[in-house]
Design a binder for this molecule. Structure first.
Ligand code: NAD
Ligand code: DAU
Length: 340
């Protein structure tokens, strides 16, 4: 049986990827590895724990011994690395943990792949490594050839990891791939990020903090389409290659917030313009031609459908985000594993 190590499995996209694999590749063994930082939530993996093909391991990707232990215990055929500090605003407040996890953690994983006979490694990266595009040039898009030009400590750390990953391919011949995706949205999105924050605040009749003029543009992709792209790259991608992932779904932040309010049947009176994010990237826009032409990938969920599903999910799973907002989710690991 093929075994895949999914690092960062208790986070937003990692957990969605675990569920995507268990559903679409039922013959796989999936090992979820996660340090359970503030962004990791084991409640998210509760249903996966019932599946005999899934195992959860609590561990830090910067911990050489913990990573070596999971490689010794399981015959791992591929690693998909989602583990990261992922929130731009936090990277502006405190960059160091971003460099530790996002760069040194990747080095530890790459070394473990080398030490175990050249295990296939996929790095989940981001369109933010390309910097931003001007609002008045809608004809411009990020391609895989766009120069790296980062803005925040977060994006600089992700770009560093990409360079390191490609260096391990060139120097050691490690079979690696990289995906650079645009903004994801969907179930299990941590409510510090724009869409889930606005849904939760609107449901609690709190103010909706829009940074700056609200006209920054993000290119939104439903999380399941990102999962589908990563699996396509893992199964059919060429090693040593970078693949951009995005679905031509550009929206201003203000449009996104108004969409949330419309779907919830709420007025716009709680929208509040707040101080802008320092170094705030103006526009992201992915050109997905390469992954479409070479791997046949295309997004299945359009923005209207995806937003409808997402809002419905947050309405139906109120305890999930309420536990996060109250901090209760951090007791879950102790409760489930404290005596094991
Ligand atoms: P997230 O913050 O929701 O989840 C990150 C997970 O990594 C958490 O479960 C956390 O506990 C875990 N983690 C953090 N540090 C760790 C460490 N040292 N060791 C082990 N686990 C650790 O992030 P996300 O939004 O799911 O993003 C996942 C990946 O996808 C990240 O690498 C991010 O850069 C990338 N990405 C995200 C988006 C997006 O829109 N969210 C878009 C493109 C790429
Ligand atoms: O593009 C991919 C990236 O998307 C990923 O690499 C990151 O991990 C992920 O967090 C996301 O980064 P963004 O900075 O684009 O996402 P965020 O949800 O933090 O913000 C989206 C936009 O909304 C951004 O322009 C800032 C703005 N914003 C955000 C928050 C949290 C607001 O106006 N108000 C807010 O309260």
């Amino acid at each position: 049986m093929t075994t895949i190590l999914v690092t960062g499995a208790a986070g937003f996209i990692g957990a969605n990827f675990v569920y995507y694999l268990l559903k679409n590749r039922p013959a796989l063994r999936v090992i979820g590895f996660d340090a359970l930082t503030y962004a990791g939530n084991l409640e998210t993996l509760e249903a996966a724990m019932q599946n005999k093909n899934f195992r959860f391991v609590k561990g830090d990707i910067t911990d050489v011994e913990a990573v070596a232990k999971v490689f010794a215990e399981e015959k791992i055929d591929a690693v998909v690395n989602f583990a990261a500090e992922s929130h731009v605003d936090r990277s502006i407040e405190d960059p160091q943990v971003f460099l530790r996890t996002n760069i040194l953690g990747v080095q530890v994983l790459l070394d473990a792949c080398r030490a175990n006979g050249g295990v296939r490694f996929h790095q989940v990266s981001t369109d933010e490594v390309y910097g931003d595009l001007p609002l008045d040039r809608p004809d411009l898009f990020f391609t895989e050839q766009t120069p790296i030009h980062t803005s925040s400590p977060y994006s600089a750390s992700k770009a560093s990891a990409d360079l390191l990953t490609l260096a391990y391919h060139r120097t050691y011949g490690l079979p690696v791939t990289i995906s650079r995706c645009s903004n994801n949205y969907g179930p299990y999105h941590f409510p510090e990020k724009l869409i889930p924050l606005m849904i939760a605040n609107a449901l609690e009749d709190k103010s909706l903090p829009v940074y700056g003029d609200g006209l920054n543009v993000r290119d939104w992709l439903y999380v399941e389409d990102h999962c589908k792209a990563i699996l396509a790259i893992l199964e059919k991608g060429s090693v040593g290659e970078v693949y951009n992932v995005g679905g031509h779904n550009e929206r201003t932040n203000l449009d996104v917030v108004k969409t949330v309010l419309r779907l919830l049947g709420k007025g716009e009176d709680k929208i509040t313009y707040v101080r802008d994010r320092p170094g705030h990237d103006r526009r992201y826009a992915i050109d997905p031609t390469k992954i479409r032409n070479e791997l046949g990938w295309f997004p299945e969920t359009d923005f209207d459908t995806g937003m409808e599903k997402t809002v419905q999910w947050y309405l139906a799973n109120r305890p999930w985000w309420e536990h996060i907002r109250s901090g209760a989710y951090q007791e879950y690991y102790e409760k489930m594993y404290g005596n094991r």
